[in-house]
Ligand binder design. Sequence first.
Ligand SMILES: *Cc1c(COP(=O)(O)O)cnc(C)c1O
Length: 383
Amino acid sequence: MSAPRPIKTRLFTPGPVEVPPRVLRALSQPPPHHRTEGFRATLLAVTEKLRALHGTAGEVWLLPASGTGAMEAAVSNLMSPERRALAIGGGKFGERWAGLLEAWGVPHQTLEVEWGASVDPAAVEAALEQGGPFDTVFATHSETSTGALHDIQAIARITRARGVRLVVDAITSLAIHPLPQDEWGVDVVVCGSQKGLMIPPGIATLSLAPWAASAIDQAALPRYYFDLRKARKSLAGGETAFTPPVSLVLALAESLAMIEEEGLVAVHERHGALSRATRAGATALGFTAFAARPSHAVTALRPPAGIEAGAVVKRLRERHGMILAGGQDRLKGVILRAGHMGAYDLADIQALVGALGECARALGGPAPVRDPVLAASEAWDRA
Ligand SMILES: *Cc1c(COP(=O)(O)O)cnc(C)c1O
């Protein structure tokens, strides 16, 4: 007789993430028409809440796209063929900035960073000094492919001191790590809906700091659908330039209300606890954290010697109904990644590390150093 099969699917993916029941209910409403008083009020209220989340007194726009759409909008609305850019690498998403700059014909240089490491701010400073002049730096806050967090505050200090613009991919850091845009001096922040914002994919957000307002008028690349000048004009009347994903906007209103009710500081602290608990549980089983400075959005783990990362991902899925991600590109088969962005708590992590323990044992891993569930619980409590 074979073991019973799991009947639930639990997402521990680094996006899309679990959508909370409250948000699912909001999604089930009949789609409103977007050119109505009611929807205009909702859009403006959501925009206000996003402004607070992005930490800016500037402008925030919703774009109908996955996160990459906002990344592309940042490039096409800020850059010109004669403005040089510096893209910070270090993973698949850092490389995406370079790919976008390449596609848009923007002259650029990439600052290579070892995968799993966080960029040394001194290296950013040196690149700006030696390879310049640069107009704009494109950086990633939480590098989802390696689980590394980059020190945006330190990078912003450097760019601000030199009058260089800074654009940050905060797709797996907003509502997870503090990123006060105006206070730190970040010109543009982009985010997506299916990570810390806890709704399905389809909305990207882009915020422009107050001092950078004229940047989108000065850019010289062609734009049409993602023309932020059009978005600006429409939002003044409570509308979007094109038909917005209305149901997702209703879902976002709900998830932003959840974040507000819990409190943004509490949300950040909970993600810190999720990250600590996951690492503690996994470490107790002989796994090691891949990133030197781990993001609280996703925990990248190297399995103990003799266990292949893909085999762990497969067993977690088949036996436990838990969906995690493997490594991408050069990290394929090297790491596995557990996402814990959004509505996750200690019980989720206890279940995850318990299942991870079962997998490690079944795949011939070493004896646990200690009980992973207990290790996770203790780390969760440690503020
Ligand atoms: C998910 C993600 C993106 C965007 O990916 P999409 O598939 O376009 O939503 C960009 N950057 C980071 C760091 C991400 O995690």
